[in-house]
Design a protein around this ligand. Sequence first.
Ligand SMILES: Cc1ncc(C[n+]2csc(CCOP(=O)(O)OP(=O)(O)O)c2C)c(N)n1
Length: 322
Amino acid sequence: MSREELLELYRQMVLIRRFEEKSTELYTQGKIGGFLHLYIGEEAIAVGACKAMRADDHLFTAYRDHGWAIARGLDPRRVMAELLGKATGVSGGKGGSMHLASAEHNYWGGHAIVGGHLPLATGVGLAIRYKGEDSAVVCAFGEGSTNIGYFHESINLAAVWDLPVVFLVENNQYGMGTAVERASAVSDIFQKGCAYDIANAQVNGQDVLEMYRAVQEALDHARKEGPFLLEAITYRYVGHSMGDPERYRQKAEVEEWRARDPIRLFAAELRKRGVADEATLEEIHRAVEDELVEIVRFAEESPEPDDAALCEHVYVNPVPHR
Ligand SMILES: Cc1ncc(C[n+]2csc(CCOP(=O)(O)OP(=O)(O)O)c2C)c(N)n1
């Protein structure tokens, strides 16, 4: 990877981190309604995975989706506008935080129902095989979702039909307030792939370059052979969503993971490789701050959707043939 590409990965991670911190502020000020699930601590996964994806590949995610949208190349101003329920938002201001999507980017959401998007991702995998195309699907979800029927049905069919789907588990150790060992009989989630005889692996989700390599290999396998179950080990530093009192874990545990912060680790790696010195990294942080001001200004100054928009996008007529 070139110096520019490495620095771009760093910039994206910093932007996602600051975007999330800013969202917390706006939520506290009552400018964002509904739920808000933050991605702080998990940035290396989306950034590494999206770097490995091609433009014609497809992406599905759960509700912890702001970082994914930004990494996939959606305009961060329009992502923020969506959080604020504005007409300029990526989903017209009607989806909100959990329902980001963009057909232009082959990004099919942002899903609130735990595990609900896995069968949809499998369906897109089937469409790809049916049409004889060479693209693939990345479907990201939390470890809690692997205890749900959708997970087993989707992996089973993807295996039976050799579908090009990478099932990417973001194991951040907790499903709401429940630790993975308390909810999942097998807590090394990648091993669940063995039950369906599909390729599987575990990767350090705090390391953006490892993520990039692992997803690249998984996508390569998916295109040629069929599904892959990849488990990224990570941690979320903040609550499940805003308002989570976090009584289920010790502060020391959070601090221990903060020492393995994906942004700090990557900064150290860039310095070690001689790719960037302190001044270069600081400049990236400064540029992100400027961008953030513009992101928030755009979102705040955008209009609300008008009343007629409520009736749009309910039915598709005529049904498009893609
Ligand atoms: C079918 C369904 N059941 C329950 C919920 C409530 N719920 C929302 S998030 C969540 C935890 C999911 O945890 P995980 O899949 O590990 O994702 P994470 O939040 O850790 O990213 C639950 C149970 C839901 N949204 N959908």
